[in-house]
Write a protein that binds this ligand. Structure first.
Ligand SMILES: Nc1ncnc2c1ncn2[C@@H]1O[C@H](COP(=O)(O)OP(=O)(O)OP(=O)(O)O)[C@@H](O)[C@H]1O
Ligand SMILES: [Mg+2]
Length: 340
């Protein structure tokens, strides 16, 4: 496949996102994109080389293959996976694939979540989650390098890449922390620049459904509800708020639950909107369980959990004060904290 075809691919991949963007923003992106496309062309050529060595069962669409190969080659080289069997779900920000494990994994099947190259474009309000979170590098360590921090602030191509990796690193390190703590989350195996590999929930023929798509018997609903609350509590113990918790991000399989999808995780002590985000998570959970017949007072539950971990109910903060990059926003946030 030629370089031009590759460029066509990335345009195709991002077309839907561009349509949603205002014209001025669109122009900035296009400028940045043309630079990126050079890199993308190299990526594609590399993917072609890789494909000679690493072949998989899943028949990917024309361009998806280059992306998959590039994202998974190191994971395959390290024997975390030996084959890609099928796509579990394709989303706007990431796609999840069912893979056959390699010898380095202690389970027969694993899930690879691969983030879209332009994923950040879709994170409409990612600032809200990033406040109070140090950015992480591809190994999950806090970035202290001034060059990288400056690039992120300036939103250069490199800066966007660093931001993208930090987002993925938060998902992975959160899985590590919560899995070690005994929470119901997939076991994390590996993180590469664009992908994370984790325990797969389901079997060969179907992946576990999310809670939102199933109805529970009343007694089971009560038990599952208690289990979810236990997990929320455990997350607070380990300084984490899911940030996008709902019945859509909880898988159900053989009576067990698995919480997934953590890139936007929020740190309760340092994010000015942490209480608001926490309350929203708990409210969504209660909304689902009340449809299953479980009596649930969202506000009371949220207040009880929050205060039992020593957190105060923080005055809600106007989202305009949520830009981590702006000193005046940091100042405004410090003021709110001092008033609480
Ligand atoms: N470990 C897993 N085992 C089985 N299926 C999984 C696993 N992780 C994710 N999935 C499936 O992939 C879907 C998308 O995963 P996830 O929620 O992490 O990504 P996302 O980009 O936020 O997608 P969405 O926007 O659909 O929520 C899940 O809804 C679930 O169906
Ligand atoms: Mg999700």
């Amino acid at each position: 496949m030629s370089k031009n075809q590759l460029l066509e691919f990335f345009e195709e991949l991002d077309e839907s996102d561009m349509e949603e963007m205002p014209a001025s923003q669109n122009r900035i992106f296009q400028k940045r994109e043309s630079k990126k496309q050079e890199t993308d062309a190299k990526l594609f050529i590399r993917a072609q080389e890789i494909s000679r060595e690493f072949k998989f069962t899943y028949k990917a669409a024309r361009f998806e293959e280059a992306w998959l190969l590039d994202s998974l080659v190191e994971i395959a080289e390290h024997k975390w996976i030996s084959d890609v069997l099928r796509k579990v779900k394709g989303g706007k920000e990431a796609s999840v694939y069912l893979c056959k494990s390699g010898v380095a994994v202690d389970a027969p099947l694993v899930a690879a979540k691969i983030y879209r190259p332009r994923m950040l474009r879709n994170l409409k309000n990612d600032q809200q989650y990033r406040v109070g979170r140090e950015d992480l590098d591809e190994n999950g360590n806090i970035i202290v390098d001034d060059g990288a921090l400056h690039a992120m602030q300036k939103r250069t191509v490199y800066g966007e890449e660093v931001r993208h990796r930090s987002w993925i690193a938060y998902e992975f390190t959160t899985l590590e922390i919560l899995h070690a703590a005994g929470a119901d989350v997939p076991k994390p195996y590996a993180m590469e620049k664009n992908a994370i590999l984790m325990g797969y929930v389901g079997d060969l023929s179907s992946a576990a459904p999310a809670l939102n798509s199933i109805n529970l018997a009343l007694d089971e609903a009560g038990l599952i509800y208690e289990r979810v609350v236990h997990n929320i509590d455990l997350m607070l113990t380990h300084g984490r708020i899911h940030g996008d918790l709902s019945a859509y991000n909880i898988l159900y399989w053989n009576g067990d639950i698995t919480l997934i999808d953590f890139p936007q995780v929020v740190l309760p002590d340092s994010n000015p909107a942490s209480w608001t985000i926490f309350l929203r998570d708990v409210t969504r959970i209660c909304q689902y369980f009340s449809t299953q017949g479980v009596q649930c007072d969202a506000r009371k539950l949220a207040v009880d959990l929050w205060t039992s971990h020593g957190h105060k109910i923080i005055k809600e903060v106007d989202p305009k004060y949520l830009d981590a990059e702006k000193p005046e926003d940091r100042k405004a946030w410090a003021k709110v904290r001092s008033e609480k």
